[in-house]
Design a protein around this ligand. Structure first.
Ligand code: FAD
Length: 317
């Protein structure tokens, strides 16, 4: 089932979450161990992130450094198929522009289509760690909107080979990312929202937001989207803070702010256990309010750990 249909047919807020493929070398059981405890809350869909290759430098003989490309978390497509097979629920693969030519994108979408996967979250992806700006593949997409366009073309039976006749159209429901606190590269929120609107106008059907800790930021974002004519459902993304390390890591990495009430409470924490308690309590309050205000789904970023999400879901769903 398409995410958009699951949203439309439900009269209450759905529960959904995102997982990361395990690090290369780890078995899929580590992944199931994170998903199993959340199944009792009947997630309607599970997103699986996509991780671009990174360049690392390996020392070779005589001090030479060899640039090697490695993908630390491969397996997004296989994991989606495995989830649908094991749990009989929708898996939403993330597809990124970075590292993909247009043809590789087309081939990846053909694989997904053959596997019966109807949903895709279309993203640009971040710059590689060693690069300051996002660099697309030579014949790849620069912005997520171009990826959305390619997927919608395939839904209309238009593949890259113009001469191809009678191509069977794909049938993907496309979601895209939105940023209540603005994407860090955008000049301002207004220009970011114009770019978001472009993705929707090209055919994306719903938006999943970056994590945020202040619900007012989300509600203001939704209002601004509606004022700009973006009517698509907007799914809030939540990440429970669970460790002392998160207090620095999350704002730096995801370009988001922690509200003062939350940072005051976190400053008093002496251990990860203290942080987990504060993070879960905060997540419960956020989720309750989002549900009360009619969010289509509350989407949790598990980052490979389901404990805190389970505690929040137990209190709310
Ligand atoms: P875009 O929509 O292309 O926007 C990127 C920037 O370019 C924005 O500042 C935008 O305002 C600007 N822009 C857009 N179009 C134009 C234009 N035509 N002209 C000028 N400027 C423009 N990353 C991964 O690598 N793998 C994942 O699995 C992944 N999952 C994610 C899931 C969610 C829900 C979210 C919110 C993010 C995820 N990311 C993931 C991170 C994402 O790839 C980065 O935030 C990336 O920097 C931007 O991606 P985007 O799709 O929002 O890009």
């Amino acid at each position: 089932m398409k995410v958009i249909d699951a949203i439309k047919e439900s009269d209450k807020t759905l529960f959904s979450f995102e997982i990361l493929p395990p690090l290369k070398g780890k078995g899929i059981d580590t992944l199931y161990a994170g998903i199993d405890p959340l199944m009792e809350f009947k997630p309607r869909f599970i997103n699986v992130t996509y991780h671009r290759e990174e360049f690392i430098y390996k020392k070779r003989e005589k001090g030479y450094l060899e640039k090697v490309s490695i993908r630390k978390r491969p397996g997004t497509v296989g994991i989606c198929a495995a989830i649908m097979n094991r749990y009989d629920i929708e898996a939403v693969p993330h597809l990124i522009c970075g590292g993909f030519s247009r043809e590789e994108t087309e081939n990846a979408l053909i694989d997904l289509n053959f596997l019966g996967i109807d949903n895709v979250l279309a993203l640009r992806g971040d710059a590689r760690k060693a690069e300051t700006n996002f660099v697309p593949d030579d014949s790849g997409h620069t912005y997520a909107s171009e990826l959305v366009e390619q997927i919608i073309h395939m839904n209309q039976g238009q593949f890259l080979e113009q001469e191809m006749k009678d191509a069977t159209p794909t049938n993907f429901c496309v979601g895209v990312a939105g940023y209540p606190e603005k994407h860090f590269e955008a000049m301002n929120l207004k220009s970011d929202l114009k770019n978001l609107k472009r993705k929707i106008d090209l055919g994306a059907e719903y938006i999943v937001t970056q994590m945020f800790f202040d619900n007012n930021k989300f509600f203001e974002f939704v209002d601004r989207c509606r004022d700009m004519g973006i009517e698509a459902p907007i799914i809030p993304g939540l990440k429970p803070i669970t460790t002392l390390k998160h207090i620095d890591f999350l704002p730096k990495t995801f370009h988001i702010n922690l509200p003062e009430d939350l940072s005051d409470a976190l400053e008093k924490c002496k251990s990860n256990e203290d942080v987990l308690q504060v993070g879960v309590e905060w997540g419960i309050q956020q989720t309750k309010e989002l549900i009360a205000k009619g969010a289509p789904s509350v989407h949790f970023y598990t980052m490979g750990k389901s404990n805190a999400v389970k505690q929040i879901a137990s209190a709310v769903f």
